[in-house]
Design a protein around this ligand. Structure first.
Ligand SMILES: Nc1ncnc2c1ncn2[C@@H]1O[C@H](COP(=O)(O)OP(=O)(O)OP(=O)(O)O)[C@@H](O)[C@H]1O
Ligand SMILES: [Zn+2]
Length: 933
């Protein structure tokens, strides 16, 4: 037995190498003097190609891997084998980090493998560690895992990987091994160049895997898609599911995961969903059940599979299209790792294709807008996606398409794909698909394009690097270049969408939902002329109504209300036949909810609803035109005073809410409210005080009733939710208007906070780094966090702009009004508060008033909500606990006012998320208590 084989057995327990390539790669690294490039499919055993040499060589091998989750997987696996491997990352407890650094500083480190992210390795704070190891000759190899991340043509481009080139040059004499599963030709060239590999020895497994059978089924041609899927799954699993293995169904959305899992289970085969929307406990349980073969099918979003190594996956279905051929190859490659025959199927649908196409281009456009320029590599995702579409729509061998894409020779498929097995059948399906497409859209018949009408040129704007804008946005009258471009491509999009739909009525163009749209059946076009935007707006109305009436003790009422609202909206959507019926039903439901609440809230007895007290409401108008949230909320001058008399409907503009207190008792059916308002005068709120300061506009002598305040606040939050759902809208609303709104001021103020927070955070990190080497990591992670997606380090300004995208809640209505009239130029909220109080003259504004725990909690939840929605908390309970923790932290033993609480909450939250990518457990925030305060 050779030394290498002995080591293989000793360290890993394997009798032999998995493949010739694996063995040769190991030997090349151990014996040769050249760099090594390994390209093998997922699951082929790439890791061992550097792990074994690392254990046999002297020194510490540095392994660069893109994700902390992947690193943790690897390290755990190696620890279980007693291999001295560790990682330095932000999740590491301080004590362990110290231990590792001490070991690396020692004369002969015990560690053999040190896993690290590219951000960390690029961090200036890590350099001393690196230099020290290098100068003492204690570095073994440099292994770059998932090396395709270095390529701007790759689907997972990570800008920080580019910095590895410099690292490579500095570490002269250290040999590098780059590994990837997916390397189309141009990606491979990029890797070699960027990592400055020195005439590397290449060990590459052909991508062709003869045990995988590929086929494509056009879903829209199926009368019963789920029954079809069931039959396929049963056949692939070979009847006795418990013994024969398991399957994965990939879906793009959480909703379709749930639906497919439910349908399959109902049809008689157990299937569990797996997606980020599940509670982490449920998610792990579903995965564990599947791993343990208790449940044969897992229906998952693509997040599932990273690190999942299961040999007996008999099929991988893509219920929705993958975003690129490279991704598809990787995802479908999770089938048949044991070498046994397995099936990979796509249930293809042109709607799906169009939606994904739209999202990809939108994402590119977003990046370009952010960066302010177009780049050649912007085309990469489009080209990759087109390759994916061609895979489905072309007549030809599926294996050949994949192999050619990866720069391999065409393989001998020998019937391992539907086309090679029965080309006639595939052609017939394509013809039927084309016929269906023509029937649905007559204009297609004249177009030279693929069977379902796919024509890359149709997206000409996108090909030139422009993204698609929501065509129904209004454009400013002053069209600068970028506005013109937007408009031009807005028009282009309209035209192209009409082409697709065979319609020349732009109004009917359906704008697909954003990727983060929470609506159920979001992409359904069942109700003509009902836009996603309208549905989202309705959803926000329902949510606000639910959250503002769900009682006050619950920290999370907002998120819970959203869940409930999603169900209610969906129920209404399903049962409505037209857009008007749908809208009316939503308003009715809102009104009913309001009514039922007002019965229990004895102190509030305003006009209840449009239906009951028509003189009190303007809801007819809103019903028709769907009053935008900004209208409801806005206190812009033009709207103030132009509203409706005495309405207290939920749909009443906030300006009118202010105005309503002006009415004479006999003016409307809102007498009671008016009277109550008068009575409330002594309970002076700052809203009153501040509206007083803008007396020329807003009938200062009266103040808002509690309900009015509540409604105004609800309206404000409704607007925030719209912002959340459509950032486009947010941009439009914050764009310059004839008069400056309070929102603009708030934005700047938030930005100013951002500046403060950011700088203090980096100062803190610097100090920490100086204090101890161990703090190096925190700094490095901060560094990583401040990277833009396209890799440029954010300037503070950019960082603030980004921050303002997910805006923090606005200040109370009261402040806005005063600020407007004082032509705010100061962005320091504290200064503003002071100014406001000075204007009030009594210094008794709410801003100075100490907040209660409940009020603090409310502020904290609002600040935290965007993070929860971005999936930064593993569970809802964690979110709740963290909110509770922060609220106590901010109020215990102190008497802060609202402004202070908000500032401090934002600072702590920012701090927390600069170190913690995703909150997974309560221990994550324990440091905040001690370190960060
Ligand atoms: N020589 C071998 N004999 C038996 N099993 C092996 C051998 N080498 C590696 N394996 C096993 O193969 C599985 C896949 O290995 P590994 O995770 O390294 O694959 P990979 O190519 O890195 O996949 P991915 O692209 O998903 O990272 C692991 O369970 C590993 O233990
Ligand atoms: Zn074939």
């Amino acid at each position: 037995m050779s030394v290498v084989h002995r080591a293989l057995k000793t360290h890993f327990g394997f009798e032999k190498f998995r493949s010739r390539q694996q063995e040769e790669a190991v030997n090349a690294l151990l014996q040769g003097d050249r760099d090594v490039f390994v390209c093998m499919p997922t699951g082929a055993g790439k890791s061992l190609c550097y792990q074994l040499p690392a254990l046999m060589a002297s020194g510490v091998t540095l392994v660069i891997s893109p994700l902390i989750a992947l690193i943790q997987d690897q390290v755990e696996h190696l620890k279980a084998l007693n291999v001295p491997a560790r990682s330095i990352n932000s999740k590491l407890p301080l004590a362990e980090r110290r231990q590792i650094l001490a070991d690396l500083e020692s004369e002969t480190p015990r560690l053999k493998l040190l896993y690290i992210t590219p951000e960390m390795v690029a961090s200036p704070s890590f350099q001393p560690v690196l230099s020290s190891l290098s100068s003492r000759g204690l570095l073994g190899y440099l292994a770059v895992d998932e090396a395709h991340c270095v390529s701007q043509w790759g689907h997972d481009f990570r800008p920080d990987y580019l910095k590895l080139g410099d690292l490579r040059s500095r570490l002269q004499g250290i040999r590098c091994i780059a590994l990837t599963a997916t390397a189309p030709k141009r990606v491979k060239e990029d890797i070699e160049r960027s990592l400055r590999l020195r005439s590397p020895l290449v060990f590459s497994t052909p991508v062709f895997r003869k045990n995988l059978k590929y086929d494509v089924i056009f879903r829209d041609l199926l009368p019963e898609p789920y029954v079809h899927l069931l039959a396929f799954a049963k056949e692939a699993l070979g009847g006795n599911t418990a013994e024969k293995g398991c399957g994965i169904v990939y879906c793009r959305t959480r909703e379709s995961c749930e639906e497919v899992a439910h349908k399959l289970t109902k049809l008689g085969i157990a299937a569990k969903p797996y997606h980020a929307g599940l509670k982490s406990g449920d998610r792990s349980e579903n995965q564990a059940d599947w791993m343990a073969d208790k449940v044969p099918i897992i229906v998952a979003t693509i997040s599932f599979g990273m690190g999942v190594d299961k040999a007996n996956v008999r099929f991988v279905v893509h219920w929705n299209l993958a975003k690129s051929l490279a991704s598809y190859y990787q995802e479908s490659g999770r089938a048949g790792r044991d070498g046994l025959p397995s099936s990979c199927r796509i249930y293809y649908s042109p709607k799906d294709r169009d939606q994904l196409n739209f999202l990809i281009r939108k994402e590119i456009s977003r990046k370009q807008e952010k960066r302010g320029s177009e780049k050649e590599q912007d085309k990469a995702p489009i080209l990759d996606f087109e390759a994916m579409v061609a895979f489905c729509e072309q007549e030809g061998c599926r294996h050949a398409t994949i192999s050619t894409f990866f720069g391999n020779e065409k393989p001998n498929c020998a019937g391992a794909c539907d086309f090679c097995r029965d080309p006639k059948l595939v052609r017939a399906q394509l013809a039927r698909a084309a016929a269906l497409s023509t029937r649905t859209n007559p204009t297609h018949s004249a177009e030279p394009r693929g069977p379902f009408g796919f024509d890359p040129e149709l997206y000409a704007g996108g090909r030139k690097g422009y993204g698609f804008e929501r065509h129904d946005e209004e454009y400013g009258s002053e069209e600068d270049d970028s506005e013109k471009r937007k408009k031009q491509f807005g028009d282009l999009f309209k035209k192209q969408m009409s082409l697709r739909k065979g319609s020349d009525a732009p109004k009917e163009t359906f704008v697909p939902p954003d990727a983060d749209c929470v609506l159920k059946d979001a992409s359904s076009q069942r109700i003509p002329r009902l836009t996603v935007k309208s549905r989202e707006h309705c959803l926000s109305l329902l949510q606000e109504c639910l959250s503002s009436h769900s009682g006050d003790a619950e920290f999370l009422h907002r998120s819970e209300a959203l869940d409930q609202a999603v169900d209610i909206e969906h129920e209404i959507f399903k049962s409505s036949k037209s857009a008007n019926i749908y809208k009316a039903a939503v308003l009715k439901r809102v009104s009913e909810m309001k009514k039922s609440t007002s019965v229990s809230v004895t102190e509030e007895k305003p006009c209840e609803s449009a239906e009951e007290k028509p003189t009190c409401s303007s809801s007819a108008q809103h019903l028709d035109g769907f009053t935008s949230a900004s209208q409801i909320y806005s206190l812009k001058r033009k709207r103030v005073g132009a509203g409706f008399r005495g309405s207290s409907s939920l749909f009443q503009p906030a300006g009118d809410l202010l105005k309503s207190s002006d009415q004479t008792p006999g003016d409307s059916t809102c007498e009671e409210e008016s009277g109550k308002t008068q009575k409330d005068n002594n309970n002076t709120s700052s809203i009153k005080a501040k509206s007083g300061s803008s007396s020329s506009l807003n009938s200062p002598s009266k103040k808002l009733s509690r309900k009015q305040q509540k409604l105004a606040e609800a309206a404000r939050d409704t607007r925030l939710i719209s912002l959340y759902f459509g950032k486009k809208q947010a941009q439009r609303e914050s764009s310059p208007e004839p008069e400056e709104t309070e929102d603009a001021c708030e934005d700047r103020s938030a930005s100013a906070n951002g500046v403060h927070t950011l700088s203090s955070s980096s100062v803190d990190a610097e100090r920490a780094a100086q204090e101890s080497l161990c703090e190096v990591t925190a700094h490095a992670e901060d560094y990583g966090e401040n990277q833009q997606s396209d890799g440029q380090r954010k300037s503070p300004k950019q960082a603030h702009e980004d921050r303002s995208e997910v805006r923090a809640p606005s200040p109370p209505v009261k402040r806005r009004r005063v600020l407007k009239d004082t032509k705010r130029v100061t962005f320091d909220p504290v200064v503003q508060e002071t100014q406001v109080e000075a204007l009030n003259g009594d210094g008794a504004g709410i801003s100075r008033k100490p907040v209660t725990l409940k009020e603090a909690a409310d502020i904290v939840v609002r600040c935290l909500d965007p993070f929860y929605k971005q999936g930064k908390f593993a569970t809802k309970d964690l979110f709740k606990s963290f909110a509770r923790f922060l609220s106590h932290l901010l109020t215990e033993g102190k008497t802060p006012n609202r402004g202070q609480v908000k500032l401090e909450a934002k600072r702590l939250i920012k701090r927390f998320f600069s170190r913690t990518v995703r909150c997974e457990s309560e221990s994550d925030w324990m440091l905040l208590k001690t370190q960060d305060r």
